[in-house]
Ligand binder design. Structure first.
Ligand SMILES: Cc1cc2ncn([C@H]3O[C@H](COP(=O)(O)O)[C@@H](O)[C@H]3O)c2cc1C
Ligand SMILES: O=C(O)c1cccnc1
Length: 345
């Protein structure tokens, strides 16, 4: 499916299924509303899947990988080579996401949409649009065509997951430097000062942070992205893996799959996806609240409330897979609890 087709397929949630689900939640043997956000999750999943009894049994996390030209400006605490090293670590099942995805029962899909890795390792889905973005502090990170290609990669990944019966997708990513474009995108799309959105990423120092802020401000000044055009923002100050995740979100929503957002990079993708097609937001669940300051602002802008506050700042989809059992809890409660009628009340 191409982007225009995908956008057209993203429907509003099934209102009748949500009403029926709300009625059932209200009949379950508990005080009205006492299961809090779990009830909201359950009703939203019912709206996505069109049934009072949704399922999130089949799970996947998509780890989109891409490098960033802007890493040359010294905006990360780690060298760009770490992107490729971590991809090898994913393949050996030894990264944090492998451990947590195994616990959550989620399949891990590693997609190379834009890393600088030259080898084609087995176990990676090779869909490279280009070997890293260009340095956005000097010019656009990508062309508009490259953004569309990267989005298309994500859409096709989502279509494939749907064909294999996956019901819920977590958004993961790996790309040294990618908290920088994430903060830049948030600043442009929300109209918020860069300094208030920029964080320490992988752990730059307090002394180094003003430089990161200055690089982001320069990138915005040099490129003048149009806040009303999310594709322009992605092209000028975004990233290949971020665009890939936009495609996963749009493709998943078009296929009526639930999407769990991770930290600040997945958040940037979610924000862009909602600006491309506002109905996409109906399919999103926030997992955790990242330590990156842009994340809370993004979630508020999209209208999502995080389920977990674990002071995490890792990415890879780690927070998103941690939240999957909470979605499962909602599906079990609505299906397995007794109603007051069952008790003879
Ligand atoms: C070993 C290691 C594993 C990671 N896994 C995810 N990230 C996370 O950190 C990077 C973003 O932070 P910054 O913008 O400061 O570079 C991304 O790769 C993100 O996925 C990692 C970073 C490192 C160093
Ligand atoms: O919020 C995140 O996901 C995050 C924060 C810092 C570095 N990498 C990822």
């Amino acid at each position: 499916m191409m982007l225009m087709t995908v956008k057209g397929k993203i429907a509003e949630l099934d209102a009748a299924a949500m009403t029926a689900a709300r009625e059932r939640w209200d009949q379950l043997t508990k005080p009205l509303g006492a299961l809090g956000k779990l009830e909201e999750i359950g009703v939203k999943l019912s709206g996505i899947q069109g049934t009072v009894y949704p399922s999130v049994a089949r799970r996947a996390v998509v780890v989109m990988c891409g490098d960033h030209g802007v890493a040359a400006e010294g905006v990360s605490a780690y060298p760009a080579d770490v992107t490729g090293l971590m991809m090898q670590n994913f393949l050996k099942q030894k990264a944090a996401i492998n451990v947590l995805a195994a616990q959550a029962g989620a399949e891990v899909l590693i997609v190379d949409v834009g890393s600088r890795v030259e080898e084609k390792w087995d176990g990676v889905l090779h869909r490279k649009v280009k070997a890293g973005t260009d340095n956005m502090a000097q010019g656009p990170a990508m062309t508009r065509d490259e953004v569309l290609q990267a989005i298309q990669v994500g859409v096709e990944v989502a279509d494939d997951l749907k064909a294999r019966g996956v019901e819920v997708v977590a958004l993961g990513e790996m790309g040294i430097g990618n908290t920088t474009p994430s903060a830049a995108m948030a600043s442009v799309l929300i109209g918020y000062p860069v300094a208030a959105l920029t964080g320490y990423g992988t752990g730059i120092t307090v002394e180094e942070k003003p430089r990161k802020i200055a690089v982001i401000e320069k990138a915005i000044e040099v490129n003048r992205p149009d806040p009303a055009d999310p594709l322009d923002v992605l092209a000028k100050v975004g990233g290949l893996e971020i665009a890939g995740l936009v495609g996963v979100i749009l493709g998943a929503a078009a296929n009526k799959m639930a999407v769990v957002v991770d930290g600040v990079i997945a958040g940037a993708a979610a924000l862009a996806a909602c600006r491309i097609e506002s109905n996409a937001g109906c399919y999103l669940f926030a997992s955790h609240l990242s330590q990156e300051p842009a994340h809370a602002v993004m979630l508020q802008e999209i209208g999502l409330s995080p389920l977990l506050t674990l002071d995490m700042r890792l990415g890879e989809g780690t927070g998103a897979v941690l939240a999957m059992p909470l979605l499962e809890a909602a599906t079990r409660l609505v299906a397995e609890m007794a109603t007051f009628a069952d008790l003879g009340l």
